[in-house]
Design a protein around this ligand. Sequence first.
Ligand code: ZN
Length: 287
Amino acid sequence: MPELAEVELARRIWEPGKGQEIIAVESHPKTRVYRDTPARDIQGHLVGKTMVDSRTHGKRLIFGFADSLSGSSPRTSVTYLEVHLGMSGRLFLADPEHHPDKHDHFVLRTKSISLVYSDYRQFGRVYLHPPDTKPWDALPVEVLHTRFTLAYLRRLTARRKGTSLKALLLDQSIFPGIGNWMADEISWRLYRYPGTALRELDLAAIRQVSRQVCRGALRHIADKNSPRDGTRGFSPGSYVEQVPPSCWLFQHRWKAGGSCPRCHSTLQRGTIATRTTAWCPYCQPKT
Ligand SMILES: [Zn+2]
């Protein structure tokens, strides 16, 4: 599933839609991606509107649409569309005459481009928030936000001392945007076995390293790839040209016989917090 940086790259793929009026919305209304908001409602709300905002929050993509400004209305209400990529969802740009294939479940057309959401497994979803609500107001603080302080993290985890490091990092109400590979990367950089309980860990170090990995992931995945490269979709290691360098665990964790980029020990794999997890038995010994 795409994590924070892949989601940010997806946002940038649709960025050219900003400032453009939506002249048509096409959908496959019976697909599961509309399980929260019926396709016809999305269509009714977006046609004739202009995309005025795009942002991410953790693994969420949020696009804002407002009435096209006529000059006489100084303030206009904004409706936010949220997109979750799920396991196989991807966003891409196409020409205005793009013919949606059977997996292109949602297409926003402007005069000059088509913004396409495609999802062959349909674990993703597309839905609308009520007009004039800011969906991010109710969401947990992002890892790179200035409000993600140690005091904040202590408050959130006060009753979670028995939780494993891996489960904690995957908890979207605490670390929005961090998923399986980032959680493994953080544990490896902390030199801690991912199954270690929080009571044995230094929360300040977890905060610091999780922020480092978020920053690095954004730099290597979102900044170094041309957004158009995202058209090939998301699968580990192949969705973009540029991925984190070979000094990251990322490059080795899925390879058969993959070894630790620090000490070259063969990586171990197992299920921790219900997810396939890779760790170095030498750098991250079980305590
Ligand atoms: Zn190692």
